[in-house]
Ligand binder design. Structure first.
Ligand code: BGC
Ligand code: CA
Length: 343
C-alpha cells in the first residue's frame, strides 16, 4: 500500500473512532465500566459488591477489582481502566484523602466517575464536573446511634452497674480519617451530652472496621476493666461482633443478667440482626447496601451512556453532587425492617 493511502486510511480510522465519541470507547465497541472496591473482605462492603455485580450482570461489560486495602494497587487498577478507555468508573477509594490524586488522573480523560462509600472532600468533589458521590450522610448514623443509646440506657436503669448515673463506655472506631468513622465517633458522644446523659470514656481504640482487631481490643479491655464497662459503642457491626465474641468468651452476654454489657453497632448486617434477636446486641443503624448499590449502578449506567447522571431516577444531588441514602435505627421492635436491604 502506498504511503499516502495508508496515511489517509489511518486518519480516516482515527476520525471514525473520534466521531463515535464516548459511546463505544472500549476496543470491541461495547460500553464498558470499571469498578474498584477498597477491599473485598470488608463485611459490609461485600454486600455492596455483590449487589453491584448482580445489578450490572447482563446489562454492561464490566471489570471489578479488589484493591486489597492498598492505594498503590488501586491507582494501578484505575490506570489500567483508563488504558482500556472505559466509559465510566465507580471507585470505592482505599484512602478518602487520595481523591484529589485520582481526580487529577481521571479528569484529563473526561471519563465520568462515581465515588462511593468513602466520601471525598467537598473541594475534591467540586474540582471535577463529572464526579459524583453515592453514600450516606455520615453524621446521621452517629446521631441515630446516639438516640438509640439514650433510649436503651434510660429504660434499663440496671445497666448503670456502679449506680453513679454515668455511662462508663469503650468505643471501637473504624478507620481513622474515614468520614464515617470520624462522624460516628464524634456524634454519638455529642448526642448523649445533648440529652443530658453523663458519659465517661474508659478507652477508645481504632479497629479499622475489622472483627478481629475489635476482638483483640475488647480482650484487652475486659482484662483491664471487666464488668466496669457499661456500654460498647462500635462504629460498625463487624467490630460489634468482634466485641461480642470477646466478651462471650469471658462469660458476658450469655444469659447471666449480672454479666451483661450492651453493644451497639452500625450497618444492620444479618449476623448482627441475629444477635439482636437473641438479646446479645442492643441495636444497630441500618445502612442499605442494596439501595446504595442501586444508586451507584443507575448513575454509572447513565453516565456511561452519556445520559444525564440522574436520568430516569428520583435521586437528588446535594451541594457536593452526592446522592445520600438514609439510615434507620434498628432494635428488636422493628427488626424486620432491615431484611430487605440485605437480601
Ligand atoms: C461501614 C463499615 C465499612 C466501611 C468501609 C462504613 O460505612 O459502616 O462497615 O467497613 O464503610 O468503608
Ligand atoms: Ca455507671
Amino acid at each position: 500500500m502506498n504511503k499516502v493511502i495508508f496515511t489517509f486510511l489511518a486518519s480516516l480510522l482515527l476520525l471514525v473512532s473520534v466521531s463515535c465519541g464516548n459511546n463505544s470507547k472500549s476496543a470491541d465497541g461495547e460500553i464498558e465500566v470499571g469498578i474498584t472496591i477498597y477491599r473485598y473482605d470488608d463485611n459490609f462492603i461485600s454486600f455492596m459488591r455483590r449487589n453491584i455485580e448482580t445489578m450490572l450482570n447482563g446489562k454492561v461489560k464490566f471489570i471489578m477489582n479488589d484493591s486489597e486495602n492498598d492505594q498503590v494497587k488501586q491507582n494501578d487498577q484505575i490506570d489500567a481502566a483508563i488504558q482500556r478507555n472505559v466509559d465510566a468508573l465507580a471507585i470505592n477509594l482505599v484512602d478518602p484523602a487520595s481523591a484529589s490524586f485520582m481526580i487529577n488522573k481521571i479528569k484529563p480523560t473526561g471519563i465520568p466517575v462515581i465515588f462511593f462509600n468513602k466520601e471525598p472532600s467537598k473541594e475534591d468533589m467540586l474540582s471535577y464536573d463529572k464526579a459524583w458521590y453515592v453514600g450516606t450522610l455520615s453524621e446521621e448514623s452517629g446521631n441515630i446511634q446516639g438516640e438509640l443509646v439514650v433510649k436503651a440506657w434510660t429504660s434499663n436503669p440496671n445497666w448503670d452497674k456502679n449506680g453513679d448515673g454515668v455511662i462508663q463506655y469503650v468505643l471501637l472506631k473504624g478507620e481513622a480519617g474515614h468520614p464515617d468513622a470520624e462522624a460516628r465517633t464524634e456524634r454519638i458522644k455529642a448526642v448523649l451530652a445533648d440529652n443530658g446523659i453523663n458519659i465517661e470514656q474508659l478507652d477508645e481504640q481504632t479497629a479499622n472496621w475489622d472483627i478481629l482487631q475489635a476482638q483483640n481490643a475488647t480482650d484487652a479491655w475486659i482484662e483491664k476493666f471487666g464488668n466496669k464497662i457499661e456500654f460498647i459503642f462500635s462504629n460498625n457491626d463487624a467490630m460489634a461482633l468482634g466485641a461480642l465474641k470477646s466478651i462471650q468468651k469471658q462469660g458476658y452476654n450469655i444469659g447471666d443478667a449480672a454479666k451483661f454489657i450492651p453493644i451497639v453497632g452500625v450497618d444492620a448486617i444479618p449476623e448482627v440482626i441475629e444477635e439482636i434477636k437473641k438479646g446479645t446486641v442492643v441495636g444497630t443503624v441500618l445502612q442499605s447496601p442494596k439501595d446504595q448499590a442501586k444508586a451507584i449502578v443507575d448513575m454509572l449506567l447513565n453516565v456511561a451512556n452519556e445520559k444525564d447522571v440522574l436520568d430516569g431516577t428520583e435521586y437528588k444531588l446535594d451541594d457536593v453532587k452526592a446522592v445520600r441514602v438514609p439510615y434507620r435505627a434498628i432494635t428488636l421492635e422493628n427488626i424486620e425492617e432491615s431484611a430487605e436491604a440485605y437480601k
